[in-house]
Design a protein around this ligand. Structure first.
Ligand code: HEM
Length: 296
């Protein structure tokens, strides 16, 4: 994978408890600028501006996106239809194989298992995946919870949650989000819930990050974690690094093992058998002003 950049997000301590994060643009080594273009249509599922290959193009007016950065990035790179519509589980299976090189079994479980949880028989748009309390759950790392009784959760990632996650990550390996970091952050997020997650939602939440770190972090990601800049690019722009090519096949056993690391540490912290290092510090409150999704 690409030469990884050190965390380019600067934390400036302005006053004793006031923190401001200044975002630096992505390095062109990680993500080259997208050539200027007018709004255009992806209605055929392909992008006539960027061509038929897997170049990045942000969503255009009318395109649909989900709360899942993995699927949105597949759509923004043309592994899934660029308009995010007319999608069935087999298309997702193929895209997970091509874009992230998941093993056949893992891709099958995620694609068809996801569909079973959604309870859909017909093709859907990515937006349909945001149906609250199906796959979508509270205490996501990068998305705010669904409001009140709303049926669908917000699609755009939250600027403040993303910044918090970047700030709280990288505690075990500089500039990298490791499984241990995810456990610390998830414990904090779940502790703030009024109603605990159902067990299977908690499993999904851990699994999402285990797969993300496993795929984007490379073949040693279970030990070394994922570059925070790649994570920032993936969540904020729903984009893969320029020279993206998976360096391994991410399989079901490795993923399950990684999710277990997160679960065991979370359980130990929740039972008071292990200290959460994030408890010993003041976590800054980041501005919730703008959301991060592009284009729609
Ligand atoms: C390579 C495979 C995948 C990876 C790495 C992945 C990763 C993620 C991550 C990290 C999130 C959490 C976003 C957040 O915390 O704000 C997420 C959310 C979500 N994903 Fe995926 N995902 C994958 C495949 C899928 C598939 C196949 C489906 C559906 C069929 C799906 C549906 C969702 C949904 C509905 C959410 C929102 C859940 C929430 O409330 O946080 N994902 N995914």
């Amino acid at each position: 994978m690409t030469t990884m950049r050190r965390a380019a997000t600067r934390v400036d301590i302005a006053a004793s408890t006031t923190l401001a994060i200044t975002e630096t643009p992505f390095s062109p080594l990680l993500a080259s600028p997208v050539p200027a273009h007018d709004h255009h249509s992806h209605a055929t599922g392909i992008c006539l501006v960027r061509g038929a290959d897997n170049a990045f193009c942000p969503p255009q007016p009318g395109d649909k996106r989900s709360p899942c950065p993995a699927l949105n990035a597949l759509s923004n790179h043309g592994f899934l239809p660029r308009d995010g519509r007319n999608i069935g589980p087999f298309k997702i299976y193929q895209a997970l194989r091509e874009g992230y090189n998941l093993s056949m079994i893992l891709a099958f479980i995620l694609a068809f298992g996801g569909w079973a949880i959604l309870g859909q028989l017909r093709k859907v748009s990515l937006l349909d995946l945001s149906r609250h309390n199906c796959i979508e759950h509270d205490a996501s790392l990068f998305h705010v919870d669904a409001h009140g009784k709303e049926e669908y959760a917000p699609i755009p990632a939250s600027n403040s949650l993303m910044k918090s996650a970047l700030y709280q990550g990288g505690r075990y390996s500089s500039g990298r989000m490791r499984l241990e970091d995810v456990a610390n952050i998830r414990v904090k997020r779940e502790a703030a819930l009024e109603k605990p997650l159902r067990w299977w939602q908690a499993e999904i939440a851990r699994g999402e990050m285990a797969v993300a770190i496993g795929v984007l972090g490379g073949k040693d990601a279970d030990k070394k974690g994922l570059d925070l800049e790649v994570l920032r690019l993936w969540v904020t722009q729903e984009r893969l690094p320029d020279d993206w090519e998976p360096d391994h096949t991410q399989g079901i056993f490795k993923t399950a093992k990684m999710a277990t690391v997160i679960r065991d540490r979370m359980t130990a912290m929740q039972k008071g058998q292990m200290i959460n290092i994030l408890d010993n510090e003041l976590t800054p409150i980041f501005s919730p002003t703008e959301s991060l999704s592009v284009g729609i």
